[in-house]
Design a protein around this ligand. Sequence first.
Ligand code: ADP
Ligand code: PRP
Ligand code: MG
Length: 221
Amino acid sequence: MNRNGEPGLILALSKGRIFEDTLPLLEAAGITVLENPETSRKLILPTNDPGVRVLIVRASDVPTYVQHGAADFGVAGRDVLLEHGGEGLYQPIDLRIACCRMSVAVNAGFDYETAVRQGARLRVATKFVNTAREHFASKGVHVDLIKLYGSMELAPLVGLSDAIVDVVSTGGTLRANNLVEVEKIMDISSRLVVNQAALKLKRERLQPILDAFQQASQQQG
Ligand code: ADP
Ligand code: PRP
Ligand code: MG
């Protein structure tokens, strides 16, 4: 039984790249999602397996649903998991999907290296305040963190911050906004996260799915 009294398995996913990239892994486990979250307004989607349903939540809310047992398992980026803290979550598999990196970026004209060397206090806008705080503390750089919820690339353009910490993939968004990547903080990919109680109580149902995900994600290379 789940917190909400559900006997079956509940998987939490976010719309967009995580949903799209998880579909082939689900297929490898014999699970087909029967509705498309881009066109359906439903937040609980059925699958071909009556014992498995999919919750559609915000990417940053996936760890919360799984931690509290409202979902048995989910898929979340390393960036999101680091901000959440990971309490109550078992993280058995790096799925190697939604790959990107977390980086520091500044306006093309801003001399980041010199500012850091001279001990300047930097204003840093980001959604990832915990990761950014830890990164700059480990370098001994003093920062004022400005919490944003999206479109970080805008902040240096309008003078809200000197730098941003955001995820970068192709670099296209930075280039389009005349920003340059000056430091990579870490590589990012998405992981399967499992509620710790569900792992014990529903192991028999979960394990074949975890095994299929593990095998399919290794094949993706
Ligand atoms: P959000 O609505 O929170 O931005 P996304 O679907 O864009 O949700 O991102 C989900 C996860 O995908 C992020 O937590 C990150 O790990 C990864 N990600 C974000 N942007 C990119 C990107 N441009 N390319 C590849 N992976 C990305
Ligand atoms: C993400 C991220 C960057 C962009 C980086 O945005 O927040 O803005 O991707 O990718 P790139 O280096 O390939 O340009 P996303 O596409 O998720 O849009 P969002 O603002 O809706 O999160
Ligand atoms: Mg995004």
